[in-house]
Design a protein around this ligand. Structure first.
Ligand SMILES: [Zn+2]
Length: 159
């Protein structure tokens, strides 16, 4: 397991690669797996703005695409006096793929704070709600068929 300084240092390094020509707001993130591997990410902006992806999600996408599945903690580094927490979309993704990990915020002056993911996203919407819907039951019990028959069943199902 890397110590927290090493994880923050990785996030700080990733921040230098941020593609933030529109906001100038550079963010670095590093997520550590249960096995101690570290995956980093930086924010990547796009001229359409809407296609911009945050550093936290880039780090998680990289980890998932490399086969990682269990996570321990994440560090997020921003150059602001006030520590910057992850946005709502990232909180949702952190909860989905990392669960209740430790989320450590840091700035370049060494100011730090630590949170649990469940405290950053209280009352989350997640897979628990999907597994109990009548429509998902109807789909899993539907007879074999092509996409057309599946769509027909989905239309008839409640919800
Ligand atoms: Zn975000």
């Amino acid at each position: 397991m890397a110590n927290i300084d090493a994880l923050i240092q990785k996030a700080e390094g990733a921040r230098l690669n941020a593609r933030a020509p529109y906001s100038g707001f550079k963010v670095g993130a590093a997520v550590e797996t249960a096995g101690g591997a570290i995956f980093t990410g930086c924010n990547v902006e796009n001229a359409t703005y809407g296609l911009t992806v945050c550093a936290e999600r880039v780090a998680i996408w990289k980890a998932l695409s490399e086969g990682a599945s269990e996570f321990k903690r994440m560090a997020i580094v921003v150059d602001t006096e006030e520590l910057t927490p992850p946005c709502g979309a990232c909180r949702q993704v952190i909860w989905e793929y990392c669960g209740d990990i430790e989320v450590v915020l840091s700035n370049l002056s060494g100011k730090r704070a630590s949170y649990r993911a469940k405290d950053l996203l209280p009352h989350p919407f997640d897979r628990r709600f999907l597994s109990e819907t009548p429509s998902s039951t109807a789909i899993s019990e539907s007879p074999r068929g092509g996409p057309a028959s599946s769509r027909g069943q989905a239309k008839r199902s409640p919800g």
